[in-house]
Design a protein around this ligand. Sequence first.
Ligand SMILES: Cc1cc2nc3c(=O)[nH]c(=O)nc-3n(C[C@H](O)[C@H](O)[C@H](O)COP(=O)(O)OP(=O)(O)OC[C@H]3O[C@@H](n4cnc5c(N)ncnc54)[C@H](O)[C@@H]3O)c2cc1C
Length: 368
Amino acid sequence: MVATTVIVGGGLAGGAAAALLAQGGQRPLLLEKTAGEHDKVCGEFLSTEAQAHLAALGFDAGRLGGSPIDRVRLVSGSRSAEAQLPFTALGLTRRRLDAALLDHAAAAGAKVERGVTVRQVDGTALATTSGALTPASLLLATGKHDVRGAKRDTTGTLDHLIGFKQYYRADAATFRALAGVIEIVLFDGGYAGLQRVEDGMVNLCLLVGRPRFDAAGGGEGLLADLLREPHLARRLGNATPLLDRPLTISGVPYGFVHRGEDSAFRLGDQAGVIPSFSGDGMSIALHSARLAAAAVLGGATPAAYHARFRHDVAAQIGRATWLQRAGETVAGRHLLVAGIGLVPPLLRWAAALTRVPPTALRRAGLQI
Ligand SMILES: Cc1cc2nc3c(=O)[nH]c(=O)nc-3n(C[C@H](O)[C@H](O)[C@H](O)COP(=O)(O)OP(=O)(O)OC[C@H]3O[C@@H](n4cnc5c(N)ncnc54)[C@H](O)[C@@H]3O)c2cc1C
């Protein structure tokens, strides 16, 4: 069989696009370089919009055993402010979610090939570790990793942060303190997200600037350093790390929105990257999949799809990037925590401004 549509990358964007195209009557081919389930650097905060996108695919993320989250607590030094979120999110590992979504796409009729890496793209022609292909439509959903021949132009983005993730088995006090809440802990040189996921685990995901990383002598030193900060020490001082070593990522281009000409459809982080604190990257990835699948099935061009994607999410990505820059200064951090402490609805307002707008979701056919 020669697939008319090939999707490169089996994260949320690729998995959702494969399911949608299969549900639309195609038999797309999805190529994913990893051979099986794997962990990813991600805060694993699955927003209500992301859950709605998944539900529209006939995929119930709730059955995977995640931990519900309906509040956010912002912590900076000894100050903290808490607010109700305007929705209930889910703390769920990418290991479990991404694998289940690929199974869902395969059950819908997509052909999923794991352990195949795409090495080079030229137009829609692909060189892969298992041969060459030239599909009629190509969807690039490789996340943070660019494929040779199709590099993103990330000039001017905020790409100086290094990301880490570790899972912990925490003590009973911490586990109780994190019931229903995501904590965003602001510290000198970066911030961390702390929340429960499934199976009684706690996810610590953090972003830090290069100077603090270098001063700590690298990843292990930095984590040890951060676990001496009073709030994180209280939460994780007695906790057991579950991964052999923290996962890391660098050079994530926050604020990126694809603008160039392309013969491929770019999805997820290949199309736009929102700062992680917003907890909306997965929702944007799923939104892009929905728009791209509709474009492919309806015969629209990649240029028309990219224009629609930009129209839906560029303003949201711009606002979140502005807030991220503000949070990187000491004064900005204090102002954020003090402002939200005094006027908690400010946090709901900031959350609303950094999400895919409801009008765009409804136009894409979601009920929200
Ligand atoms: C530190 C951090 C914290 C975050 N926290 C959150 C959060 O809490 N909530 C949220 O909603 N978003 C969060 N995000 C954003 C979210 O992780 C991404 O936006 C989302 O994963 C994008 O999905 P994707 O499908 O585009 O890419 P990915 O999920 O990265 O998937 C890409 C896939 O492509 C595969 N691939 C790559 N190259 C090739 C190749 N050459 N050939 C074949 N396969 C390939 C990879 O193996 C991978 O499986 C966070 C991001 C970071 C960096």
